[in-house]
Design a protein around this ligand. Structure first.
Ligand code: SIN
Length: 291
């Protein structure tokens, strides 16, 4: 395996590994350490099938079955299809996934360590890829916080709610997402997590508080909570933390859901895009795995 940093604030390319083949414990350790260090990892030119893609994800933790679970690969409810493609007039995948800054599964009691996408079809315009995925580096965003803000969030938790992002998407013109059912809501009730979150791989604190899912800071008067959140969201939104991934078909892109936030850029209209996705729960003992 060769790990080649992008030179940007996030991302390294990993060459010399075929993800169709089973990983060794040493491979898994190397990839985890690289994920903590670079936040986003791109494995280019991968041709793995759905079974191997799911098996790759499982090396890093249990795989989530999405609460809305509308579109997935046959026999693989844990492998979601993100796509704007229609067959016989019907959507074959979730067409608007991740279009807003967030991090996956912060709304869950057991949060995600990583999300992994495999690019099957990348929209192009005059040979230039559209539909970038943008990331921001929350290790550096935390480090850069003023001392008084670090003190204000220390030991504090915020509430994350799946329905916040869902409703934000539904409010967009032309959106076809149905409201969540009571049963779906009950499966993912709002949860609290530390705002200054200790990353299980790097052991460092990150800013874990996205505009996509966080509704308020627990135990703080509403006005103070809203003002502090407004500061934290504007702070993390700075260009200096940004990395935009330009996709190439065959890319397997793995990102750190604790140390980064992300946003899917919806600039491709009906130009076809097709991604397979697994969301990997932070269910393993990562400090032991990287020791
Ligand atoms: C996501 O947020 O999981 C989707 C990202 C993308 O499709 O670019």
């Amino acid at each position: 395996m060769h790990i080649i940093p992008s030179g940007d604030i996030l991302c390294a390319r990993i060459e010399g590994i075929d993800l169709q083949q089973a990983l060794t414990p040493a491979d898994i350790k190397t990839i985890l350490i690289a994920l903590g260090r670079h936040g986003v990892l791109c494995f280019p030119r991968q041709t793995l099938d759905v079974d191997a893609f799911a098996a790759f994800g499982q090396c890093f933790g249990g795989l989530e079955i999405n609460v809305a679970n509308m579109f997935h690969e046959p026999n693989h409810p844990e492998v979601m299809i993100l796509s704007n493609i229609k067959k016989d007039g019907k959507q074959i995948g979730l067409g608007d996934a991740g279009q807003g800054w967030h991090t996956d599964m912060s709304y869950s009691e057991l949060i995600a360590l990583t999300t992994i996408l495999h690019a099957q079809k990348v929209p192009l315009q005059n040979g230039v890829p559209l539909g970038n995925t943008e990331f921001r580096d929350m290790h550096t965003a935390y480090d850069d916080l003023p001392a008084d803000v670090k003190a204000a969030i220390e030991g504090r938790t915020a509430t994350h709610d799946f329905d916040k992002f869902w409703e934000m998407m539904r409010a967009r013109p032309g959106n076809t997402r149905p409201p969540l059912t009571a049963a779906q809501r009950a499966k993912k009730p709002p949860v609290s997590h530390p705002i200054a979150y200790t990353h299980p791989v790097t052991g460092k604190k990150v800013l874990y508080c996205t505009i996509g899912y966080v509704t308020h800071i627990d135990g703080m008067p509403a006005k103070e909570s809203a003002e502090l959140l407004d500061f934290l969201w504007r702070h993390q939104d700075q260009e200096k933390y940004l990395y935009a991934h330009r996709w190439t078909e065959g890319d397997v892109l793995m990102w750190d859901d604790i140390g980064t936030t992300h946003n899917a850029v919806a600039d491709y209209g009906d130009n076809p895009r097709y991604m397979r996705r697994v969301q990997v729960l932070a269910s393993l003992d990562y400090p032991a795995m990287v020791a």
